[in-house]
Design a binder for this molecule. Sequence first.
Ligand SMILES: [Zn+2]
Ligand SMILES: [Zn+2]
Length: 150
Amino acid sequence: MAEEEKCEECGKILKDKSHEPYCQQCDEKLDRQFDTIEDNISIFKELLDSEIEILKRFEEEDIEDLFKRVYKKLVKEEGGLKQESILVLNKLKKTFNLDESGLGLDNLPKAKDVERARPKEQCPQCSKKIKEDFNLCPYCGHKLNDDFVE
Ligand SMILES: [Zn+2]
Ligand SMILES: [Zn+2]
């Protein structure tokens, strides 16, 4: 008798094998998580370790396509690739041993070659250390919060 195959995620016996190695429910759940992770990368430039664990369940091809999509999206942002975009792309690249030239993409610039984003706790005018939630710089009076009305 053939061994019964079980969903790798929930352990239910697979009656319908079209979503192997997962059951339909788990497969759909993973797909939704994948979409959320893609948004998290391309919108928030974040890739959490827990998200990497989820991505590891997907095929290499899926990860390569994901990398290509987010890379192309982030490159098109105003001002080109930003420091945080490069950092999150590099994290994805290193974790999954991706090769951007092998994927038909330009090599990622080194993060240090891109102008460092100014730390939020520094006044852009006088460079003094300030609290992030200040509306005005206490040293030079520079307006720090665009929504602030005097
Ligand atoms: Zn399942
Ligand atoms: Zn200042």
